[in-house]
Design a binder for this molecule. Structure first.
Ligand SMILES: [Zn+2]
Ligand SMILES: [Zn+2]
Length: 230
């Protein structure tokens, strides 16, 4: 099953670096090494912070312990890489993205549960995988922590977030996720590919907090800055 699909991909989507177009891999090692760190700014309100973490005000307001963002969506080839993973189904790109994410995560004490942002069941069936889960698995494997996909579920398809203002998104995202009581007294790292307004992550944090999670950290590949999102 896998092999013919892979062959099919090679034909319709030739194996070339999406950034420098060199043949061989979808994202060559050289281009992976050129990823620029996200600016030292709070990903939600954009004030400058010491090491690029979430500012204290946003942590309090949204219930995060912190939020780590690796890079900027429009830096280099990141946008193409994430797009190819998500919409062209090039699942092998989850490995370099996950490695990149894990490298940007500082050392943490104790056991942390890695929880990807879930997709609605219908969407996951259509796509065949959840891109956040593929990336999260790489982080979990490299740190030796559990991948706890059952901690967070997306019960039903709500109105799509695309095209909504920040206020509309926040309103629309309330009650987006339900967390399992298995999350009680756990330290959790929520993983996603892109953060724009933070509404999805905030909804996930609030569900996990309600279930009794002690610490909740966000870990995201790319910050998609939109002028009208602040
Ligand atoms: Zn390249
Ligand atoms: Zn902030």
């Amino acid at each position: 099953m896998w092999y013919p699909f892979s062959l099919f991909l090679d034909i319709v989507f030739p194996r070339r670096c999406l950034s420098c177009h060199k043949a061989g891999e979808y994202w060559c090692r050289l281009c992976q090494g050129l990823v620029v760190a996200a600016p030292r700014q709070c990903a939600l309100c954009h004030v400058f912070t010491a090491i690029g973490q979430l500012c204290e005000r946003c942590c309090r307001r949204h219930g995060f312990d912190t939020l780590w963002v690796t890079t900027e969506y429009h830096h280099g080839a990141i946008q193409q890489i994430i797009h190819a993973l998500k919409f062209n189904f090039v699942s092998e790109l989850a490995m370099p993205l996950g490695e990149l994410l894990e490298r940007s995560l500082p050392p943490l004490v104790g056991e942390w549960h890695i929880v990807p942002i879930p997709l609605a069941k219908k969407r996951q069936r259509w796509r065949g995988f959840n891109q956040a889960e593929l990336i999260a698995r790489v982080v979990a494997d490299r740190r030796g922590w559990p991948l706890s996909t059952h901690f967070l579920i997306k019960p039903r398809q709500k109105k799509r977030q695309v095209g909504l203002t920040r206020a509309e998104r926040l309103k629309n995202s309330q009650g987006l996720f339900v967390a399992s009581l298995a999350a009680a007294n756990r330290q959790i790292i929520i993983v996603d590919d892109v953060v724009t307004t933070g509404a999805t992550l905030t909804a996930a944090v609030s569900a996990l907090r309600a279930a009794g999670a002690t610490r909740v950290v966000g870990l995201v590949v790319a910050h998609h800055f939109q002028k009208h999102s602040a």
